[in-house]
Design a protein around this ligand. Structure first.
Ligand SMILES: NC(=O)c1ccc[n+]([C@@H]2O[C@H](COP(=O)([O-])OP(=O)(O)OC[C@H]3O[C@@H](n4cnc5c(N)ncnc54)[C@H](O)[C@@H]3O)[C@@H](O)[C@H]2O)c1
Ligand SMILES: O=C(O)C[C@H](O)C(=O)O
Length: 317
């Protein structure tokens, strides 16, 4: 049985993530963690979750804390703390502001729970995953970000509607930045196990319109309700369940790649990775020439911003 901690549990994503994660059968303890001064809110949230557990007959223990030592013994620590973007902002605009708090939380996790899996959600998630990797001192496979898993799910949904098939019949993935330079892998997309390019409907597929929907999903939700909540929370819970259950599924998370995809790497970015109880192992894959070019651009963008953010942090700015 496992202990899962959520740093940033009082936020929009943190709250729903707590509920979604509590449905995973391997979770015996849920720790809601926040900064000092947030104890009353954390306490209220713990009470409310307890009521939910009572209502559904769950034995999961829910605790709250702002004391770093309480992170000890966690199997997974999810970080959802950070400033979210507002309408009109890009996720990248949050980089410098969120990097400082992520570096501090990562150092705390590296100290108190060095064997845990550290799972970053805060945006820009690829850059924050690299910051967390550096400042936690943990091994690359132990530090993951939500990456393009949610984007891949958004594409899956759009394709299931276009082909009019059950969503579980669609296998697809998006790699690269969780942002404007994301790359859909049409070469790795199948419907009912058949390559999408071999289906007659493929020639009418409105690729640009679908990718527009996927890329703008976050801002379309934020402009209407202020935050994305259920999509990220359930995407996070899938990844947590995969890791705790040692399920060895291949999901597209942000993780450090050295040269796995066509010799491109030295960055934390969304890439297909095998997930088990030890964390993420990026897969070496071959993709089409066009996809390689687009992925290289995405990597260069994310690597550049990551370097700038880490330099500023190292200078203490
Ligand atoms: N990767 C993804 O797909 C994805 C999806 C949704 C949200 N996010 C990101 O997750 C983060 C949280 O989003 P949200 O909608 O829950 O925001 P929110 O404002 O509702 O919650 C923010 C949380 O961070 C904490 N926090 C804020 N400033 C802090 C500081 N200086 N020190 C410590 N903790 C601090 C708050 O107390 C709160 O718990 C944002 O960065 C958002 O962009 C990422
Ligand atoms: O779009 C955002 O800023 C939130 C998140 O990254 C998302 O894609 O839902």
């Amino acid at each position: 049985m496992a202990k899962v901690a959520i740093i940033g549990a009082t936020g929009n994503v943190g709250r729903y993530t707590a509920l979604a994660v509590s449905y995973i059968p391997y979770v015996s303890e849920l720790l809601l963690f926040g900064r000092p001064g947030r104890e009353e809110v954390l306490h209220g949230l713990a009470y409310d979750l307890q009521d939910s557990f009572a209502a559904r007959g769950s034995q999961t223990d829910v605790k709250f804390s702002s004391t770093p030592k309480d992170l000890e013994g966690s199997d997974i620590i999810i970080v959802t703390s950070g400033v979210p973007r507002k309408e009109g902002q890009d996720r990248i605009d949050l980089a410098h502001e969120n990097a400082r708090m992520i570096s501090e939380f990562a150092a705390m996790v590296g100290w108190y729970a060095p064997d845990a899996i550290l799972f970053i959600v805060s945006n820009p998630v690829d850059v924050m995953t690299a910051v967390a990797l550096k400042y936690s001192g943990m091994k690359p496979g132990q530090v993951i970000g939500l990456g393009t898993h949610l984007d891949s799910m958004r594409l899956k949904w759009n394709l299931s509607r276009f082909f009019d098939v059950h969503v579980s019949e669609v296998h697809t993935r998006i790699i690269g930045e969780h942002g404007d330079s994301m790359v859909p892998l049409w070469s790795a997309t199948t419907i009912g196990g058949i390559s999408i390019q071999n289906l007659p409907e493929f020639e009418n597929l409105p690729e640009d319109r679908i990718m527009d929907n996927v890329m703008n999903a976050g801002s379309a939700i934020i402009s209407r309700i202020g935050a994305t909540v259920y999509g990220p929370g359930d995407a996070i819970a899938t990844i947590v369940r995969t890791i705790l259950g040692n399920e060895k599924r291949v999901l597209t998370v942000s993780t450090f790649i050295s040269s796995e995809i066509h010799n491109i790497g030295d960055v934390c970015i969304g890439t297909p990775a095998l997930l088990d109880k030890n964390g993420a192992k990026p897969l070496a894959i071959n993709i089409s020439e066009h996809e390689v070019d687009e992925f290289r651009k995405s990597v260069e963008k994310v690597r550049g911003i990551t370097q700038e953010v880490i330099e500023r942090l190292d200078e203490g700015c």
